[in-house]
Design a protein around this ligand. Structure first.
Ligand SMILES: [Zn+2]
Length: 346
């Protein structure tokens, strides 16, 4: 109601956060591996209908990766924990290969590294992660029954913060898994990773000309998203409060078949960040909607200090806001949080 009133008064809608009167109950976070923003410019709404529908929410094509690294796994640690690679609270996970057996986020960071699945699971949501690369096993291990921390609030939902984890190279099965998981409980948080554009980019280059292998892979992701968007449409008509965040771990093309040439070239670090839900006002630029929170960086890649652009790691904070959950607490403040007294279930 207040939102509509502000819209009637005219001018861009300015938020400090996403305090929804009624939070969403289900959220899907999609990470498209190696998706450059200009792929959505090169491929218009006719070629990429689902991506353009998501773009019509509150979105920007000028979001950023982590400032210090443009490879897959470290940027996903950022998306799931809200932390940079470096700095006092940094997650410190710079490797981009299958993690060594037994190695967890906590071991690398030197402290327990809570993520969005901790907050969601402790508050009773069902959580799931589906990924198209095997290295995502890092998250399943780091937050499992043995390595996840005890539940901190309300009823005890246990230490295994991820109810479901699946690595699958088949995009259709990833989509089907995500679709089922979104409906597996009344409140759900699902993270879905599609690898196809990155794989095509490495084999044939980040070539944005029509019908290039890279653009075909982006269209393949779009076709999978169409399946999910159709389901979300039907669930919304049933009254389900559901939303989607879509971003990317990095772009690519420097060098042409990669994304590892330093972090200095825009093709590697400019990515989309799209927030969409039938329950949210759409049609807004993220920077215009949140002028106090983010600063449009133009073509630059700012460091971790100073005004910040929208980054893929903001997926963590925005997801929790949309779901009406508390934010992740930085490590410095974490020490002050009283722990629940251990119960038998711990
Ligand atoms: Zn790659």
């Amino acid at each position: 109601m207040i939102l509509s009133l502000l819209l009637l008064l005219g001018g861009p809608l300015q938020h400090s956060g996403w305090p929804l009167e009624t939070p969403l109950d289900r959220l899907l976070i999609v990470s498209v591996d190696g998706l450059r923003s200009d792929a959505l410019v090169s491929g218009g709404p006719a070629a990429l209908p689902a991506l353009h529908r998501l773009l019509s929410g509150t979105s920007t094509l000028n979001a950023r990766t982590d400032p210090d690294i443009t490879v897959t796994l470290p940027n996903h640690v950022g998306m799931l924990t809200g932390q940079f690679l470096s700095g006092a609270d940094g997650h410190r996970w710079s490797e981009n290969i299958d993690p060594p057996p037994g190695k967890t986020l906590e071991q690398q960071a030197g402290r327990y590294l809570p993520g969005i699945f901790d907050v969601a699971h402790d508050h009773g949501l069902r959580t799931a992660l589906f990924a198209g690369k095997s290295k995502f096993s890092l998250f399943d291990l780091s937050w499992d029954q043995a390595h996840g921390r005890p539940d901190r609030t309300g009823a005890d939902h246990g230490r295994d913060k991820l109810d479901e984890y699946r690595f699958d190279e088949d995009p259709g099965r990833l989509t089907a898994s995500a679709r089922l998981a979104l409906q597996a409980a009344d409140r759900t948080l699902v993270f879905l990773h599609y690898p196809m554009p990155d794989l095509a980019g490495h084999s044939s280059g980040w070539d944005l000309s029509p019908d290039s292998p890279y653009m075909k892979a982006v269209a393949q992701v779009d076709a999978e998203l169409e399946v999910l968007m159709a389901a979300i449409q039907a669930w919304t008509e049933d009254g389900q409060r559901i939303g989607v965040i879509l971003t990317a771990d990095h772009g690519g093309g420097s060098p042409l078949h990669g994304h590892s040439r330093g972090t200095g070239l825009w093709v590697n670090y400019i990515i989309p960040f799209l927030v969409w839900s039938p329950w949210l006002e759409g049609g807004q630029d993220l920077y215009a909607a949140f002028p106090q929170r983010w600063t449009d960086p133009s073509i630059r890649q700012p460091g971790i200090r100073g005004p910040q652009p929208v980054r893929n790691l903001d997926a963590a904070g925005i997801a929790l806001e949309l779901l009406g959950l508390p934010s992740l607490i930085p490590a410095a403040a974490e020490a002050l949080v009283p722990k629940k007294s251990p119960s038998v279930a711990d």
